[in-house]
Design a protein around this ligand. Sequence first.
Ligand code: MTE
Ligand code: MO
Length: 557
Amino acid sequence: MTLDASRDPASPANAILADTHATGSRRLGLALVGVLCGAVAALAMLLLMLAGRSWLGVSPPFEALPDRFAPTLDISTFFSLFGRFGGYNGLKRFGILSGLGGLLALGVLFGLLYSLVVESAASRRMTWRNGISPRGAAFIAGAAVVLWIGTVVILWPVLGANYRGLPPGAAQAASMLFLAAAYALFAAVLVLGYRWLTSRSTAISNDAPAPLGAPVGRRVVLAGAAGLILAAASGALLRALNARAAFSYDGLAYSGPGVQPIAPADKFYTVTKNVVDPDVLSSVWRLEIGGMVEEPRTYDFAALQALPGIEQESTLMCISNQIGAGLMSNAVWTGVRLRDLLEASRPLPGAVEVFLRAADGYTDTFSIDKALEPETLVAYAINGAPLPQRHGFPARVVVPGLFGEKNVKWVTRIDVIDYDARGFYEQQGWGPSFVIPTRSDIFAPRWVRKRGDAFVEPFAVGKQATIRGRAFAGNRGIQRVEYSLDDGETWHESRIDYAGTDLTWTFWSFDWTPDAPGEFTIVSRAVDGTGEPQIAERRSIVPQGATGLHRVVATVA
Ligand SMILES: Nc1nc2c(c(=O)[nH]1)N[C@H]1C(S)=C(S)[C@@H](COP(=O)(O)O)O[C@H]1N2
Ligand SMILES: [Mo]
């Protein structure tokens, strides 16, 4: 069994030493072949997952895992991670990249373990079929099944995501099947690859194990090349997904002197939990109404649009919108009243909430009373045109009066439930109230946020300027907006430029001709449609949205 010809085979001591040395390096070589096979198999599996994500909308584990665990973070951890990883986008990127890294590391680990099992003496004592160790095959099949069960259990709450728009039940089945296919591909590539890369002779006697396999150098090089090709293909798919990622528009604000009463759809503020938003096919998409109803129903896109619909102007605002900031916009929505959809399915007595699910696995809830209000819509158009992808194509919920997160985009299922459930962000500890507090702010002339907010350009003594702002009170409307030029000492009524409706923001303004140089702190305060004044006390966005007055310092020269 001496493989090293340079040593003197005549010396028994040397022969044994050489044999041990050769066996050691052979074992190392085989372990490296295992690692290589594991890496190639993981890359093949990665490519399948990326193809499934790109074309079938199946969420791969490295995307589903962050979604699974983001809601379990409490808000302060969530924000401190923003700080550590460079904002929400940085955190999302980190989540995906560590998932990708973990997947490849697991592949390599299982490749190594597979090689150790296959080359163990116990394995080499057995009868192999078609050059495959039964022990190795059992090990990798068992590992794949255990991993599959583990993944399904851990990812269970998010398996209902399908970025092409399959409703949750079908999406869950698709996710589970696809995972099984991906793990089976991994196991098959690993087993067949390892077989192809090692040559071996069979056992001589029944009690002595067959010798170790020997790596086939030329094939190892080819396998390495195959790995590089797979990596390049995965890289191309990852780059294509990255080009569609929400990084460039997540957190898009609508603010400044250019804001219009009705925002163009492409300027409408945008917030999403996703790295890559759903790309829903309206032909695949369904809206299911279920849970505690007498008659569950499923609507396709044509059926939804064929129902009697309404047009409704309403304003949407994110709970994270700071006073004065632009995570708010107003638009005209077209859609079906959620009430009509629910009544067609006849909710059973005892209904407490509706539980909404979306193509991206997002969830949220609101009370059945809110769901039955005539202003709560399943909308399929914005400003007369189909919803843009990033705003929830083909359909989203619009719930006037409640913060943006309740306005579920890409909605695929609405269940009537008889208990108090919590949505994606709600689980982090936001709320419990999602009713929008009254607010007002100044958007023109342009100001910047330094230590406080200050107008960019100085005002001139004797020259008239117009200060413009907006006010919003959820679904309560705005009665009037007052302004102060002396940091809240004295107040004056502003002029209303755009009244809107109870469901929208209001634009207000006043003209000001400064009569003396100096610094002036301009403040606004609104009164909602029920006569309640805006809360002046400053509260942070956590956990129920910000309150407080908007102050902007003007310098008069
Ligand atoms: N399916 C789904 N719906 C969602 C979200 C999401 O990430 N996924 N984000 C919510 C949040 S936090 C906000 S503020 C609004 C933003 O809606 P917009 O992007 O159309 O302005 O959508 C809500 N609906
Ligand atoms: Mo939000």
